[in-house]
Design a protein around this ligand. Structure first.
Ligand SMILES: Cc1cc2nc3c(=O)[nH]c(=O)nc-3n(C[C@H](O)[C@H](O)[C@H](O)COP(=O)(O)OP(=O)(O)OC[C@H]3O[C@@H](n4cnc5c(N)ncnc54)[C@H](O)[C@@H]3O)c2cc1C
Length: 429
């Protein structure tokens, strides 16, 4: 049931907003969650209709899956995920016209990716590109993987930010859908869909939140929208965000990431039996590398991934260009006959989505410390949550969820509710 004048208004029903809502429910703090879209989950969204088989437009992996709170939520809800890394030590790729098997531990791309994070952990905060050999034959593939992991090109990627990310290297895909998991967590929460927040005024007694369907007042607000919304001033904060915070939104911007999903009339990669493939021709690097996930969970589909400037460019060009790029690249590795087997196609649209505007956050080179101000309350009335707020699990669902819990506990404390230890796995019975 929707409370008219709740203690707290939460803006955004992604993982962060849902985490905040669950924590406030547990703490007995009345609240309302306002979501601009007609669905919950934000960047966690499972699609079951476009291909006739489930695939996730956004989050798909339980990163750091051995310590990830969402993994334990999935276990609690019996929501299926793969309990082991699908590719543990080696992987196959189609490089220069041939299939080859590589070991992660010795592979050029994966060794260099590790060096980027290591440089950051050793205190260096520069553009990743400056510590890489751009002339190396495999550099385009390395750049592709930087774009996929960080959603930024190496020229825009801070080694310091990369080094701050806490990675246990256990990555577990969610069979029943990561978006579906986040949606399950939202059940029973007081969420109003289709309500777009336009402005938040911090008043003497609390906040006044202006939306496309009227205003709502509360004692505090948890702002759980993507950082791009704030970077681009799409929600006005009155009398204004502190300069240091607005600067942080300029220093920690969202990169880009998109997927192209292809459905086949039957399983087409029999005999390859590999969960992933990079397709790349180092002799003609202008053809651009592309990573595919093949037959995830045995489904007759493939999902291609692009990131950074390539994702932005393709998304701007539109779905047909995105699909054409993915199919032409697939044909290089698997032959022209595969075109006849394609029964359905779909693309994501995060870049052009007015309520999202990109993939996930990354600090600019030299600005790895900028995120820390996101976790500071504004006038003890406005609390930020979202993947961009997390110092070590940024760019992830579990990171976003944890910041929601954190913001809820901070807001409850300021409003005078008795302090209770956090319970990240709490769900209403
Ligand atoms: C292609 C892609 C792949 C990814 N892969 C993974 C992965 O494998 N594993 C992983 O952990 N993470 C992954 N991520 C990142 C992960 O999806 C995000 O970090 C996480 O979902 C962010 O949650 P959030 O709550 O911070 O923001 P969001 O999920 O973006 O939620 C914010 C909500 O705010 C709403 N909103 C915006 N403006 C307004 C407004 N004015 N009024 C009201 N509501 C508004 C939005 O509609 C949205 O629902 C991926 C992301 C992308 C794009």
């Amino acid at each position: 049931m929707m409370v008219q004048n709740p203690d707290v208004v939460i803006v955004g029903a992604g993982a962060a907003g849902i985490g905040a809502g669950l924590a406030l429910t547990r703490l007995g703090v009345s609240h309302a969650i306002l979501e601009a879209k007609q669905r919950v989950g934000g960047r966690a969204y499972s699609d079951t209709s476009s291909l006739g088989h489930l695939w996730d437009h956004g989050a798909h992996w339980l990163h750091s899956g051995d310590v990830n709170v969402m993994r334990f939520m999935a276990e609690k809800l019996k929501h299926k995920f793969r309990p082991e890394n699908p590719a543990v030590s080696s992987f196959r790729s189609f490089i220069g016209g041939q299939w080859k098997v590589s070991e992660f531990a010795t592979d050029y791309v994966w060794t260099k990716l590790e060096e980027i994070a290591l440089a950051g952990r050793n205190g260096l905060d520069v553009a990743a590109e400056s510590i890489l050999d751009r002339g190396h034959a495999m550099y385009p593939l390395l750049r592709h993987w930087c774009q996929l992991i960080y959603s930024k090109d190496p020229s825009e990627l801070s080694t310091g930010d990369a080094g701050s990310y806490s990675d246990s290297h256990v990555n577990l895909p969610v069979e029943d859908g990561y978006g579906a998991l986040v949606a399950r967590l939202s059940r029973g929460l007081p969420i109003r869909l289709g309500v777009k927040v336009k402005a938040i005024e911090i008043t003497g007694s609390g906040v006044r939140v202006e939306t496309n369907s009227g205003a709502i007042t509360a004692k505090a607000c948890i702002l759980a929208v993507p950082s791009r919304i704030m970077e681009n001033y799409r929600i006005a904060i009155k009398p204004g965000l502190p300069d240091v915070l607005q600067q942080a939104f300029a220093d920690v911007t969202m990169g880009y990431g998109e997927k192209v999903a292809l459905g086949f009339d039957r399983k087409v990669f029999e005999g390859f039996e590999i969960p992933f493939a990079d397709v790349f021709d180092p002799v003609a690097p202008e053809t651009r590398p592309l990573n595919f996930e093949l037959h995830p969970f045995g489904r007759p589909i493939a999902v291609a991934h692009v990131g950074g400037s390539v994702a932005r460019e393709l998304a701007t060009a539109g779905p047909e260009t995105m699909k054409g790029f993915a199919i032409d690249t697939l044909v290089k590795a698997f032959g022209a006959d595969i075109r006849q087997r394609i029964a359905a196609t779909a693309t994501t649209g995060w870049t052009m989505d007015e309520h999202i505007g990109g993939a996930y956050s990354g600090a600019a080179p030299g600005k790895a410390e900028a995120r820390k101000v996101f976790s500071e309350p504004v006038h003890d009335r406005l609390f930020l949550a979202g993947e961009h707020v997390h110092r070590h699990y940024m760019a992830t669902v579990h990171g976003a969820y944890e910041t929601g819990l954190d913001a809820a506990h901070k807001a409850a404390a300021v409003l005078g509710f008795p302090a209770r230890p956090k319970d990240p796995l709490w769900l209403p019975s």
